[in-house]
Ligand binder design. Structure first.
Ligand SMILES: Nc1ncnc2c1ncn2[C@@H]1O[C@H](COP(=O)(O)OS(=O)(=O)O)[C@@H](OP(=O)(O)O)[C@H]1O
Ligand SMILES: [Mg+2]
Ligand SMILES: [Mg+2]
Ligand SMILES: [Mg+2]
Length: 323
């Protein structure tokens, strides 16, 4: 199958990063504050180091556009943090030197081009810090189209609402080949599909836990206008894409927050989830119904808001948005 090597490398790297994140989350990590005042932890850095190492080894010519960089970790003030990051990485790569770890993290400073990977080593760091949902999100983009996506969700359960079933899910997709779900520890991935419009029990919508990352009042009004009467399920991170792809929600709405109207979305916050939903039969656009632009830069400057659906309700949502 096309992209089989890329998929296998991405899956193995994401599972290794998930192991590191699970261990750090159990130890109740501290958060550092980045320049933009958002949090980052040793697990964000460790996850980026492991995944960039694996991609650089398998595909040395590929650029990686990752969320994190090692600038702060190279500073004298963060010497202790660097020690902790390197310790965590060494649990999985015993011969990793401290300089190696810094260089692997900085391998994620690549730029978008004809073929590149985009990586969010922990999406939903705030959820991670609360002990709740987060995702490790990795995607390959070629000629402006996402070709491969792997989304690791270490705390997500097969039944998202009740918590029943295996905890720890890997969502996978290759363009044109469908989307699959592999519970952590299982050998057998199974195909997934978005929800059928007749399945009233799963016609719910999902949105961020963090109110400041969207517009909860407008999101509720739009969902209602599109025929979804039940209250939202609030989930951190790209796990929301997993909910739509696996047929447990019909809609994920992320409308611009009135507090940060100029905010533009990062490609790593959406690429892996978007291909998983599309390959499961759903649709992903911005709030104007336009396709998201993956190859223009790390920020999607020409897109605002994100609408993710099972497909059949998509046009009703865009028209309810009234634009
Ligand atoms: N103002 C604003 N508007 C929209 N999005 C924003 C905003 N600020 C931050 N972010 C990004 O949100 C990412 C987290 O996604 P979620 O909102 O789905 O998860 S969470 O509820 O915050 O946990 C989060 O990703 P991570 O930094 O990887 O956690 C940010 O990239
Ligand atoms: Mg993110
Ligand atoms: Mg992140
Ligand atoms: Mg972040």
């Amino acid at each position: 199958m096309a992209y089989e090597a890329e998929l296998q490398v991405a899956m193995a790297a994401t599972l290794a990063a998930a192991k590191l994140c699970q261990k750090v989350q159990a130890e109740i990590p501290k958060a550092l504050e980045k320049k933009d005042r958002t949090p980052v932890t040793i697990a964000d850095y460790g996850s980026q180091a492991l995944i960039c190492r694996a991609i650089a080894a398998a595909f040395p010519n590929d650029a990686i556009v990752g969320e994190e960089d090692a600038v702060a970790l190279r500073s004298a003030e963060q010497a202790d943090t660097l020690v902790h990051v390197a310790q965590q990485v060494r649990e999985l790569v015993p011969d990793a030197g401290t300089q190696d770890v810094l260089n692997w993290i900085d391998r994620g400073n690549g730029t978008v081009g004809d073929r590149f990977w985009t990586l969010d080593p922990i999406d939903g760091t705030k959820g991670f810090l609360r002990g709740e949902q987060y995702a490790i999100a990795l995607a390959l983009v070629e000629a402006g189209e996402i070709k491969v996506g792997v989304l690791g969700c270490p705390n997500l359960t097969e039944d998202i609402e009740t918590g029943a079933g295996t905890r720890g899910l890997l969502f996978l997709a290759v363009r044109g080949k469908g989307a699959q779900l592999l519970p952590f520890g299982s050998q057998a991935a199974r195909p997934i599909r978005v929800v059928d419009p007749d399945d009233a029990a799963n016609l719910r919508f999902v949105e961020s836990v963090e109110s400041a990352h969207g517009d909860p009042a407008r999101q509720a009004a739009i969902a209602k206008a599109a025929g979804i009467a039940s209250p939202s399920l609030r989930i951190d991170s790209q796990c929301k894409y997993g909910a739509v792809a696996s047929g447990q929600a019909a809609l994920y709405l992320r409308l611009p927050s009135p507090k940060t109207p100029g905010y533009r979305e990062n490609i790593w916050d959406h690429a892996a989830g978007a291909i998983v939903v599309e390959e499961a039969g759903g649709r992903v656009t911005d709030m104007f119904g336009e396709p998201l632009e993956w190859h223009k830069g790390a920020k999607m400057l020409n897109n605002q808001g994100v609408v993710v659906s099972n497909g059949p309700i998509h046009d009703a949502v865009i028209s309810a948005l009234g634009i």
